[in-house]
Design a protein around this ligand. Structure first.
Ligand code: HEC
Length: 129
């Protein structure tokens, strides 16, 4: 399993025409973890622990959601979280302050972020009724 994932990452890194280790593709291939991408892309607004207290939060009229709130997160299906992250808040009837990440992140990377939110940030699973 781990070996397979490692080989996949290497295959992706070598798949592009360029083998430049500083290229965006190579950087991304080494940064597929939900934790790394959360810190790069989400922390500025949501904060390192997801509480909505990142350095940019003060600038926003509609404040970032507290993603560590297990009660809130349990009520949101993974599909919804995925859509909000990929297509942005406006696509789900929320504020456009929550920007879309479909350009910067692959579906796989977004999936890893959703897993990271559940495992580490809110420590909660989707509520099964
Ligand atoms: C520019 C600031 C900003 C960045 C960067 C940002 N968010 Fe948000 N996010 C927001 C704001 C503001 C809201 C609140 C939306 C609302 O309540 O209308 C939000 C809401 C959310 C929600 C809650 C959706 C819901 O149903 O209420 C999730 C989940 C979320 N963000 C995840 C992420 C993830 C994961 C990242 C990184 C890939 C990220 N955000 C990056 C500002 C940001």
């Amino acid at each position: 399993m781990l070996l397979g994932a490692g080989m996949l990452v290497m295959a992706q890194a070598n798949g592009g025409q360029k083998s430049d280790p500083t290229s965006a593709d190579a950087w991304r291939a080494g940064n597929t973890s939900g934790a790394g991408n959360f810190m790069s892309f989400c922390m500025p607004c949501h904060g390192a622990a997801g509480k909505g207290d990142g350095p940019l939060a003060a600038e926003l009229d509609v404040k970032p959601r507290d993603l560590s709130n297990a009660k809130f997160m349990r009520s949101k299906p993974d599909k919804h979280l995925f859509k909000v992250i990929k297509e942005g808040g406006a696509a789900a009837g929320l504020t456009e302050n929550m920007t879309p990440f479909g350009e910067q992140l692959s579906d796989n990377e977004i999936g890893n972020i959703v897993a990271y939110l559940r495992k580490v940030i809110c420590k909660c699973e989707l509520k099964k009724n």
